[in-house]
Design a protein around this ligand. Sequence first.
Ligand SMILES: Cc1ncc(COP(=O)(O)O)c(C=O)c1O
Length: 390
Amino acid sequence: MSKHHAGRHFLQIPGPTNVPDRVLRAIDNPTMDHRGPDFGRLGQDILESLRSVFKTAGPVIVYPASGTGAWEAALVNTLSPGDAVLMCRTGWFATLWQEMAQRLGLQPVFIDGDWRRGADVAAVAEHLAADRAHAIKAVCVVHNETSTGCVSDIAAVRRAIDAARHPALLLVDTISSLGSIDYRHDEWGVDVTVAGSQKGLMLPPGLSFNAISEKALKAASSARLPRSYWDWQAMLAANASGYFPFTPSTNLLYGLQAALKMLNEEGLDNVFARHDRHAEATRRAVRAWGLEIQCAEPRDYSSSLTAVRLPEGHSADALRATILERFNMSLGNGLGILKDRVFRIGHLGDIGDLQLVGTLGGVDMGLRAAGVPHRAGGVQAALDYLAGNA
Ligand SMILES: Cc1ncc(COP(=O)(O)O)c(C=O)c1O
C-alpha cells in the first residue's frame, strides 16, 4: 500500500504537466453531441485559435491520440514507400521517430549526435548538398528533445534546406516545446509541425496535432504510404465546418478551448519569458550544487526542462525514488543511453515561481537524503535569480 502524503503531489516530469484547475473544470462538463450545433461552434473556435499558437495561417488538425499518432500522421500523409528521410539523432524521441519511419517502409538517413546538443545543422546541409538527385523527401527534426533538454535551431535548418535549393519537406516535432518555447511554423517554413496536448498546452494526454503548410498539402495528394485514420483530407473536409470525420475527444476539446484562452490571456511572449526565466533559475541551482547539465551547448538550452547528470557511480533512479518516497515529487527519468545517468526537472506548463522553488527544494533535500555529493546553495542561487528578475 502506498504511503499517504499530505499536500499536493509535485508532478515535475517534462510532461504530462500539471493541468490547471480552470482546464479541469472545463473538461468536467457534460459530454456533448459531437454532431450537434454546439459542437460545430466549439470546433471552429478551437481550430481557429490553435493557429496563433503554432504561428500559422494554415490548417491545424487535432487527433484524439498521443503525440506518437501525430508523428505517424505527419509521415504517412506526405511520403511514399521507400522515400529517404533525413533525421537527426538528438536523443531518445528522435530515435523513436526514426524507428517509426523505418517500420512504415521509409528509408531514414540518421545523422548521429552525442545527445548533448541540438541537431547538427552543418551535417544536414552537407547531406542535402550531396543529394543532387533529390532522393531525400523530408528532413525531420525534434525541436525540443525531451530526453536531453536540448533545443534544435529550426530556422537554421530551414536556411540549410534553402541554401542547398533542396525541395525536401521540413517536419518538426514540437511535442515538448509548443506553448513553452518560441516557435513559428510559417516564418520558419515548416511543412508539418507535430505537437501534443500534455505539455505546454497544459492538458491531459490524449490530443495531438499537425499544422500543415501548402507544400505539405500538395505532397499529400501524391503521397502513397497507406493511411486511413490519419488521412488529412477527410479531416480537413469535416473541419471546415468545425466537425470531425469520427468521434472527437469532446471533453478534452473543452479543456483545449480553456487552455488556449489562458495562453492568450497571459500572452505567448510572456509565456515564453516565464519558461526562460524558470529554466535559467533551475540551471543556476544545478551549477551551484556542482552538478552537470546534460545539454553541453548553452545556445541549445531548453526552457521546458533541464536534464541533470549524476556524478559517476551514483544512480539517478535511486535519487528519483528517494525524492518520490520522501517528498512526494515525480521527476523525469533518464531514457535510452541516459537511463539512470540523468534525472529531468520539468519546468514547463502551468508553473509559477513558488512551484519552481518547491521543486528545487525537493531536489536539494533529495540529494542530501540519497547521499549524492553536491554543494550547498542551489536553492539560494535560484532564489537570488528569481528575486532579482521579477
Ligand atoms: C519530443 C517528444 N516527441 C514525441 C513524444 C511521444 O509522444 P507521446 O508519448 O504523447 O505519444 C514525446 C513524449 O514525451 C516527446 O517528448
